[in-house]
Structure formats: structure tokens, C-alpha cells
Ligand binder design. Structure first.
Ligand SMILES: [Mn+2]
Length: 396
């Protein structure tokens, strides 16, 4: 017998699916959150079951379980841990640790792709076209490669996973993977996914208007409460607000904090680490400790949400040679203009500020971080220019 303890996301359930392809009814699968895994591992170890091989995927164990697993193995127990999170790399010092952030060809791994290769190498599984494609979709989704490659099918696979129960998803996928031919969605699934996309777009639009900004440890974060679509939400909000270092998504019911960044020079696994969590450089999470609660919930609660930049402007355009105007929450008007020699200057309510910046983006970033400004619309820009003109004429 085999017991598989895996994560409760798409990559985690992908592991369950390929394990069931390989072992059929001989594997008992349980999906866990990061927080619950250690308890499940303890339960298994307490049972002292040496006839069952324990497989842990897409998650790692705490220090205590790490030592207990090693003892268990030394005493004749069977265990293997397959993961791709760099925070678990230290487990490779054990014979049972198989942690790989990248697959051999220099491309990112996911737990499903690692387990799939492992099962094939060990002779438990015969690859099929559909299973190869399924594993690749999971990998692209879990590593965000789908976004760079514009692989919408990977995103849709995850959306489908959220639309049905774990059992249903497992059953659906297992059937599909046994079939010959490519991996595809049914007409009905495509229709459902289209409706789901519309719903998500509306949800993200609403959340965009609820996000507040705060500074912590020298980094700027956008904080939002949300229970659904964390990856997509974190990504959209991050791209919309490049001045923020990362996005924090608070799930009060689940007592969890998720961190996402779109920047290569920010590592949110470090941010999560300060709250006892972990994950990847671009996506990580932690349970809601008192420290996380005080910082992200209490401190942000009375703040006004960030205002969105005016969209589709034709005159008040970012980086324009005529300058660009912004409003701050307390009412101040900021005018960002080319100050000559490639520098950008700032006026506040018509008064020139001393500091200049090397690029428009740097100037805007500073204003958005320090003043919480938003881009005004074309009407306000035209009025602003008229006033300046009048003033200039009066002054002769
Ligand atoms: Mn994963």
C-alpha cells in the first residue's frame, strides 16, 4: 500500500491523479493545506505502519517531523518526499528527500511533473499523450510559465479544478488521461469556463477598488481581503500597481495570508518567512499569526483604499512631454514634468519641489509610494493647463 499526502492546490491534486494512475486502489490520497500536513505526518508516524510507503508531495515537513521521518526510515519505514519549493531544499540531505526547483533542462519543476517522472523512472507508470499534456499544463500553471507563454489552457485547467469537488476533478481527469489522443476540454466545460472568466473579471475589478497601501520593512505592499482567485488577483493588482513591491491577500475565514509579486527583485518567500510561512519568490503564504494580523489587518483597516488611475486618457498621459497630473488623498495636486536633461521634476499645487528624478517611472513611483497619488482624467488636465495659461498671461 501507498499513502500520499499532497497539497490541496492544482499541483497537489495533480500528484494524486498521477499516483492513482500508477497505483490505482493501492494508494490512499489525502490533500492538505500547508498548515495541516504536519499533523497528518504525525498521525501516520504514530501508527508505525511500516507496510505502507508514505509519499509526501508539494509540501514540506517541520523540523520535528523531519527528524522523525529519518528515524522511521532508519527503522525500516518507507518514505519519499517530492517537492519543488526552494524552502525545502535542505531535505535533500536525507535519502528520502527529492527536492528539485528545476527540471534537468533548466526549466522550472512542479511537484506533479517531479512525481510523474519518478513514477515512470521507477516503472510504475506508462506515459500517455494525454498524461504528458496534463502534467505540462499543471507545471505551466504552477510555475506561472503559462502567462509568459500565453498558455490559457493551463489557467483554464486550474479554473475547472475550482469549479468541481476534489473527487469529481480526480475522476474526470483519471478518465481523460486513460484515453488515447490529446488532452482536451468538453464543449460544456468550455462554456462553463467562459462564464467563470467573466465572474472572475468582475471580482478582480471590485477588489481593485478595495486595496490599501502600506509600508513594512522598507517595502510597499498593497493589501486586500479576498477568498477567491488569489493567483489571478495578486497578478492583476501587481501589474496594475508596479510601484508596489508585493500584494498581500488576506483570507480572514481561512486565517491565511498570501503574498504575490510581479517583480524579479522582490522575494515574497522571505516576506512569508518573517511570519513563519514560505513558498516561492513570486508566490508565498503564511498562516495569520498575531504579527501578520497586527500589521496587515489592524494597520490597514482604517486606511482609505488606493484610488485607481484614470483609464484610457488621451491628454493626461504618463511620461508626456506636456507633463502629467495626479491627485493625492488630502487634495494636493501634483504635476510631473520633464525638467530638461532627461530629468523629471515635480510641482505640488504649483510650487516646484526640489527633488528631480532620472526617469518618469522613478518620479511616479516615488509619488505613488510616498503620497498615494492617482492619475487624473483628461477634463481635469485640460482645466489645469488652462489655469496655468491664464496665470502666465496675467503675469505677462
Ligand atoms: Mn506546487
Amino acid at each position: 500500500m501507498y499513502k500520499l499526502l499532497s497539497h490541496n492546490d492544482l499541483d497537489g491534486i495533480g500528484c494524486g491523479i498521477v499516483a492513482k494512475m500508477a497505483f490505482g486502489d493501492d494508494v490512499n490520497v489525502r490533500y492538505n493545506s500547508v498548515q495541516i500536513l504536519d499533523r497528518e505526518v504525525e498521525k501516520f508516524l504514530d501508527s508505525g505502519d511500516k507496510a505502507t510507503e508514505l509519499i509526501i508531495t508539494d509540501l514540506s515537513v517541520n523540523e520535528e517531523n523531519e527528524l522523525r521521518l529519518e528515524e522511521f526510515r532508519k527503522a525500516g519505514g518507507k518514505v519519499v518526499l517530492i517537492d519543488h519549493h526552494k524552502t525545502a531544499l535542505h531535505l535533500n540531505e536525507y535519502e528520502w528527500g527529492r527536492v528539485q526547483v528545476e527540471e534537468e533542462e533548466g526549466r522550472l519543476a512542479c511537484a506533479t511533473s517531479l512525481l510523474y517522472r519518478y513514477l515512470i523512472d521507477e516503472g510504475f507508470l506508462e506515459p500517455t499523450r494525454a498524461s504528458e499534456e496534463f502534467v505540462e499544463l499543471v507545471r505551466q500553471y504552477d510555475t506561472w510559465e503559462w502567462e509568459r507563454n500565453g498558455n490559457d489552457k493551463a489557467r483554464q485547467l486550474n479554473a475547472l479544478f475550482f469549479l468541481v469537488s476534489f473527487d469529481e476533478f480526480e475522476t474526470m481527469m483519471l478518465e481523460r488521461l486513460q484515453e488515447t489522443g490529446p488532452f482536451k476540454f468538453s464543449t460544456f466545460e468550455k462554456k462553463l469556463l467562459g462564464m467563470e472568466d467573466d465572474k472572475m473579471v468582475r471580482y478582480i475589478r471590485k477588489k481593485r477598488r478595495e486595496m490599501v497601501q502600506l509600508e513594512a520593512d522598507g517595502l510597499y505592499a498593497g493589501v486586500v481581503h479576498a477568498e477567491s482567485y488569489h493567483s489571478e488577483l495578486g497578478n492583476e493588482l501587481g501589474k496594475d500597481n508596479p510601484h508596489l513591491d508585493y500584494i498581500v491577500i488576506l483570507n480572514m475565514g481561512g486565517r491565511k495570508v498570501s503574498f504575490r509579486t510581479v517583480h524579479d527583485d522582490v522575494d515574497v518567500s522571505e516576506v512569508a518567512g518573517t511570519f513563519g510561512g514560505g513558498g516561492h519568490a513570486k508566490a508565498s503564504g503564511a498562516s495569520m499569526s498575531k504579527e501578520a494580523f497586527d500589521l496587515y489587518v489592524v494597520e490597514s483597516y482604517h486606511k482609505e483604499p488606493l484610488r485607481e488611475d484614470a483609464r484610457h486618457t488621451r491628454y493626461n498621459v504618463k511620461g508626456s512631454e506636456f507633463g502629467t497630473i495626479y491627485r493625492a488623498p488630502e487634495g494636493d495636486l501634483y504635476y510631473l514634468y520633464p525638467a530638461g536633461e532627461g530629468r523629471w521634476g515635480v510641482e505640488r499645487n504649483g510650487n516646484r519641489l526640489e527633488e528631480t528624478y532620472g526617469s518618469f517611472a522613478d518620479a511616479e513611483k516615488a509619488l505613488k509610494r510616498e503620497r498615494g497619488v492617482w492619475l487624473l482624467n483628461d477634463d481635469q488636465f485640460v482645466k489645469f493647463l488652462m489655469k496655468r495659461l491664464e496665470k502666465a498671461e496675467k503675469e505677462g
